[in-house]
Design a protein around this ligand. Structure first.
Ligand SMILES: Nc1ncnc2c1ncn2[C@@H]1O[C@H](COP(=O)(O)OP(=O)(O)OP(=O)(O)O)[C@@H](O)[C@H]1O
Ligand SMILES: [Mg+2]
Length: 384
């Protein structure tokens, strides 16, 4: 019997809970030649949404090139991959590929080679003198648009961890990529990323090139009404008795972050299987403690990397539920000099990826990026 709870990889459409609206929206963008930014906190399931939508439209005949920008050491290697994938998907018979690639990507002086064993192409590109990497990538996307113009199938590009594309090149790079994407009529684009603040600013700030280039879709938590039956079924299908309070405890302790929900549920399942007892809220809490202990070296390292002020602010975020942090009593309780000291420290935690901002009805609530870090703090650090 295999554990039904899975974490740490992109799930397929059949495996994900809910997300029907998000998958529909991404799929429509891909087939209609639209532009969409999919933005959400880490481990909320963005990549799984992209995969589910890609699988669906590919099954309907669309050509989708999907990339994780962080998986490429340079933008040039990403551009080369775009060219070789385009050669495979859009140039027809292999013997014609070289000529058609020259026509579409000529300015990049592409060297194309074909490996008949794996039926794949590889391409190497040469930047023109003074051409930056974002400009090279833009040119590669331009070539793809030319090839797509001759295709009867919808063609689209998905770039996950999109912030990586413009991280090094700043606003100039954003301008170049925008200019390319904006002028393409034959390719749909979906860009996704998790540095929520950065992507939100990049696309929502009037002064930035990506302002209003495309629609924005913010990925939130999976609604509890959808997650509850999934969690319950995972345990019940294996014959375990499940308390309602246990399901609730999984969602509470994981703070509804899908990755953490699955990770905690997976360990609880494994233990219930090992000793054959019921799934109770008590067991869920005990399992989380074990998990936090097991990851102790990692949390210790993160903790030790923080300044004394940041440590105090982190305890406040974890223990106060992330709101009301600047109230005088809270600032004093955590032994900080002033509300502005708290503010600076909290900002630093966000920048370091330890905390994140969650906007709720106009107010900002701070959460830990990894909700299990809070369990570690409760276990090992004395909270004032
Ligand atoms: N809709 C969902 N239903 C159930 N589990 C989910 C769902 N979405 C995500 N998960 C869980 O979260 C894990 C991470 O998902 P995914 O990689 O898609 O998230 P992500 O937002 O792309 O993460 P990252 O920010 O690390 O790139 C999955 O392996 C799975 O365990
Ligand atoms: Mg991802």
């Amino acid at each position: 019997m295999t554990n039904p709870f899975e974490y740490g990889r992109e799930l397929s459409g059949a495996e994900i809970v809910d997300r029907t609206d998000e998958v529909d929206r991404v799929a429509r963008t891909l087939t209609d030649g639209g532009r969409l930014f999919l933005i959400g906190p880490r481990r909320f399931g963005k990549t799984s949404i992209l995969r589910a939508a890609t699988e669906r439209v590919r099954a309907e005949g669309a050509v989708v090139l999907r990339y994780n920008a962080e998986a490429y050491p340079t933008l040039t290697t990403l551009a080369e991959r775009v060219v070789s994938d385009a050669a495979k998907a859009l140039t027809g018979p292999v013997r014609k590929a070289g000529k058609r690639v020259q026509e579409a990507f000529g300015a990049l002086r592409p060297q194309l080679s074909y490996d008949p064993l794996s039926d794949t192409f590889s391409a190497s590109l040469t930047a023109a003198k003074g051409q930056t990497e974002p400009a090279l990538l833009s040119d590669a996307l331009g070539g793809l648009d030319r090839l797509a113009a001759t295709s009867s199938k919808p063609v689209a590009v998905v770039i996950d961890e999109f912030q990586r594309v413009v991280e090094d090149g700043g606003v100039a790079a954003e301008g170049q990529v925008r200019a390319a994407v904006q002028s393409h009529d034959h390719v749909g684009y979906v860009f996704a990323g998790s540095k929520t603040r950065m992507l939100a600013e990049m696309t929502g700030d009037e002064g930035r090139p990506f302002y209003r280039l495309g629609a924005r879709l913010f990925v939130g938590p999976v609604p509890r009404d959808d997650f509850r039956p999934f969690i319950r079924a995972g345990f019940e299908d294996a014959g375990f008795d499940v308390e309602d309070a246990a399901v609730e405890a999984v969602l509470d302790l994981a703070e509804d972050v899908p990755y953490n929900v699955q990770r905690l549920a997976r360990d609880v399942w494994a233990e219930a299987r090992a000793d054959g007892t019921a799934v109770t809220a008590e067991r869920v809490r005990a399992t989380l403690e074990q998990l936090a202990r097991r990851d102790d070296p990692f949390y210790t390292q993160t903790w030790n990397g923080l300044s004394a002020t940041q440590k105090k602010a982190l305890l406040a975020v974890a223990a106060e539920g992330g709101t009301g942090l600047y109230a005088g009593a809270v600032v004093r309780a955590y032994d900080l000099a002033s509300p502005s000291t708290m503010r600076t420290a909290v900002k630093a935690l966000v920048k370091a990826g330890v905390a994140r901002e969650q906007e709720t009805q106009g107010a900002v609530r701070y959460r830990l990026e990894d909700p299990f870090f809070a369990a570690w703090l409760r276990l090992f650090i004395a909270v004032p």
